[in-house]
Design a protein. Structure first.
Length: 344
């Protein structure tokens, strides 16, 4: 792609998210979401491959449907209350419709089917953008309307997403699909956090973005597209071996790593009032932890059938990215959890 066009698309991507995050009018927020969607479509389909075209089409249809539902819910609210302000959402029908639309944009179950297909049809860098940056605008709308949202709907969608995100990722061998189901499960934890405290929801989102960024940097560095590719990591990048293992464990929420922080905070606040829901949320992490452990085992404890002594993979050149700050933050933030929680 022409660098000028790519720069324009990336600027439009950033501008669309910024407009949505800073707007107080529903039409401006909708315009920012549409700008975001239209900017990412050429980036997804730039490979000129049928799989990339399919991914771009699926992404466009789901995002356009979700944006239309957001516009419909805001119009219904304005029709009944006369208010276009985002914080003045009070109609129950409009509230539930907005929740479902934002859940579709974030890829929560049962509107999650587009996420693995779109990430698998995109490049690693594009999948990184979809998994991280594209989550910011819908989450900002959730935080702006948090006082109006129905907690039962949020908890149901969150619990269903954590369960399906773990179970559906068990049979996957493609790293991008595994990260897609990881995204579905983590967005479920985000919805559960929204019913408790906006600060905990922000911590959950920040830690998810940090862990996902670190893992995609490692996949891009070693060009690991399948689980079998992870077996060549020791010979290609020995320094990434231990850090990738710790980051995978952190994604699974194993203490004393950073990924345990949001799960600990959510369960600690949720358990006294909803013990059964808390137990189901805790149990839903076990399937996710299984496929993270399998990726760790493929990375650290398994050698490929033939030991690779060359510097680069066949036809692929390894680019070692500077991931040290993200690795440190994705593994060692748990001790400062009280400090994070006290920041308002």
């Amino acid at each position: 792609m022409n660098p000028t066009i790519l720069t324009l698309l990336l600027l439009s991507l950033g501008l669309g998210t910024t407009i949505t995050m800073t707007s107080s009018h529903w039409l401006l927020a909708w315009a920012g979401l549409e700008m975001n969607t239209l900017a990412i479509i050429p980036i997804i389909s730039k490979q000129h491959h049928p799989r990339a075209t399919e991914a771009a089409t699926k992404y466009f249809l789901t995002q356009a449907t979700a944006s239309a539902l957001i516009l419909l819910s805001s119009s219904m609210n304005a029709w009944k209350t006369g208010q276009w302000d985002i914080s003045q959402l009070s109609t129950p029908e409009a509230t539930i419709m907005l929740t479902l639309a934002l859940a579709m944009k974030l890829g929560l179950a049962p509107m999650h089917f587009w996420v693995p297909e779109v990430l698998q049809g995109s490049t690693m860098t594009t999948a990184l953008i979809i998994s991280t940056w594209q989550k910011l605008a819908p989450t900002s709308l959730l935080l702006l309307t948090i006082n109006s949202l129905n907690p039962t709907t949020l908890l149901f969608l969150g619990l269903l997403s954590t369960l399906l995100g773990g179970w559906l990722g068990l049979n996957q061998t493609q790293t991008r699909k595994i990260m897609a189901f990881s995204s579905i499960a983590h967005m479920g934890w985000l919805f559960a956090a929204l019913t408790i405290n906006p600060n905990i929801a922000l911590i959950t989102l920040t830690i998810y973005l940090l862990l996902t960024l670190t893992m995609f940097f490692m996949f891009i560095s070693t060009t690991s597209k399948t689980l079998l590719d992870l077996g060549t990591t020791p010979t290609l990048a020995p320094t990434l071996l231990t850090s990738s293992m710790l980051t995978l464990m952190s994604l699974g929420g194993v203490p004393p790593l950073t990924g345990f922080t949001p799960k600990w905070l959510i369960l600690m606040k949720l358990a006294p009032t909803l013990p059964l829901t808390s137990c189901l949320l805790a149990l839903s992490t076990l399937p996710s932890l299984f496929f993270y452990l399998r990726m760790t085992q493929m990375t650290t404890l398994t050698l490929p059938p033939k030991t690779i002594l060359m510097e680069h993979k066949w036809r692929f050149k390894t680019h070692i990215l500077t991931t040290t700050p993200t690795i440190i933050l994705s593994t060692l933030l748990l001790p400062i959890t009280p400090l994070i929680m006290n920041l308002n």
